[in-house]
Design a protein around this ligand. Structure first.
Ligand code: XUL
Ligand code: CO
Length: 438
């Protein structure tokens, strides 16, 4: 049974190809900056958008035409596994990611829900073995079911907290069973609406306790995945606790959890927080916490998480610039946490969307590698901070300077201070030149 019978395996055909179902820039074997593109990018398909998403929005029902929707219940879950692996293999994507509830339906009891999960996990395991596709990360959906109305790890209801803990425990077992390289915590409803009814201190302490239990349990069962926290500033709650990279890092530091986690950063979450994606990567990188990426993009005209496929070459270039300077993503990867638009409802659109995203990241990688090789931006930045390499600047960065010594310096050099242009427009033009060159 094929769910995408009119699409063949997608191949690299180069920038001059006119075949819409071919890669123009993503050539997995091509070596860039010392290693094949495939190893730099480590792409993943997001199960929830590609297989489970329907294209519904607050104003209308789903539009997506998906052959597997003929089924329901566990039959639907099984059909989706078949479709998932056909899609992933035809796209030549090495990884996928899922929430527990994406892959199997909830039963009437937690026991039944876990049994459903076990059945599908066994099926997925078989497909992983026969195709070589790997699990980049899995996670627990602790936001869709109404029981999580007040949160999961930050709920006011201890019974709900226990349920969430049970879900995380099962998630770690599933991750181990499938050899997941990472395990993600995105705080879907870990936040609050109003302080009038919220004990923020208890909620944050409890969230840290849940993370601590997860660390302990993973160790106990020998699941050695990298733990990732995915920041997001708002949506669904007004104040999400893991607002952005800096906030999440402060949380990890405060609770002594920093050595156990890295960050899974998402482009559209960055822009919702008022940051560029590269800003978030830089902050994480400075702390040694750049773990993995959820690739997508928002819309300048819309203030919510639109999760569009990433096509903005400036953004992918500056993102890969940070990734390369980080020495890569390690066990992380680039997961397309992105959905086709409601109007792009044909199965084929799933291919066009992923091809667009993969090509945009491949082009970004190549451009970033060239920029770094030529030290274009690095030299400009070095020159800009040259005053800290000698004299009073060197005294400052080496810790020799005091307020008194700097006052003496300022008094001795009391003449109009000359600044140098930041040359921003020139640098943007250089970036354009690099993007436009083959
Ligand atoms: C929601 C989001 C999630 C996480 C995983 O905005 O990004 O899908 O990536 O729970
Ligand atoms: Co995400």
């Amino acid at each position: 049974m094929s769910y995408f019978s009119n699409v063949a395996a997608i191949r690299f055909e180069g920038p001059r190809s006119t075949n819409p179902l071919a890669f123009k820039h993503y050539n997995p074997d091509e070596v860039v900056a010392g290693k094949p593109m495939r190893d730099h990018l480590r792409f993943a398909v997001a199960y929830w958008h590609a297989l489970t998403g329907t294209g519904s929005d607050p104003f209308g029902a789903g539009t997506a035409e998906r052959d597997w929707d003929r089924f329901s219940g566990m039959d639907l879950a099984k059909a989706r596994v078949e479709a998932a692996f056909e899609l992933i293999v035809k796209l030549n994507v090495p990884y996928f990611c899922f929430h527990d509830r994406d892959i199997a339906p909830e039963g009437d009891t937690l026991r039944e829900t876990n049994r459903n999960l076990d059945t599908i996990v066994a099926m997925i395991k078989e497909h992983m073995k026969s195709t070589g596709v790997k699990l980049l990360w899995n996670t627990a959906n602790m936001f869709t079911n109404p029981r999580f109305v007040h949160g999961a790890g930050t709920t006011n209801n201890a019974d709900v907290y226990a349920y969430a803990a049970a879900q995380v425990k099962k998630g770690l077992e599933v991750g181990k069973e499938l050899g997941a390289e990472n395990y993600v915590f995105w705080g879907g409803r870990e936040g609050y609406e109003t302080l009038l009814n919220t004990n923020m201190q208890l909620e944050l302490d409890n969230l840290a306790r849940l993370y601590r239990m997860a660390i302990d349990y993973a160790k106990e069962i020998g699941f050695d995945a990298q733990f990732l926290i995915e920041p997001k500033p708002k949506e669904p709650t007004k104040h999400q606790y893991d607002f952005d990279a800096a906030t999440t890092i402060a949380f990890l530091q405060h609770y002594g959890l920093k050595d156990h986690f890295k960050l899974n950063l998402e482009a559209n979450h960055a822009t919702l927080a008022g940051h560029t994606f590269e800003h978030e990567l830089r902050v994480a990188r400075m702390h040694g916490l750049l773990g993995s990426l959820d690739a997508n993009q928002g819309d300048l005209l819309l203030g919510w998480d639109t999760d569009e496929f990433p096509t903005d070459l400036y953004a992918t270039t500056l993102t890969m610039y940070e990734v390369l300077q980080n020495g890569g993503l390690g066990r992380g990867g680039i997961n397309f946490d992105a959905k086709v638009r409601r109007g792009s409802f044909e199965p084929e659109d799933l291919f066009h969307a992923h091809i667009a995203g993969m090509d945009a990241y491949a082009k970004g990688l190549k451009t970033a590698a060239k920029l770094l090789e030529d030290r274009v931006l690095e030299d400009a930045v070095d020159r800009r901070y040259a005053s800290f390499k000698e004299g009073v600047g060197l005294d400052i960065v080496s810790g020799k300077a005091t307020l008194a010594s700097l006052e003496q310096y300022a008094l001795d050099h009391d003449k109009p201070i000359r600044n140098v242009s930041g040359r921003q427009e020139r640098l943007k033009a250089v970036l354009n030149d690099y993007l436009l060159s083959e």
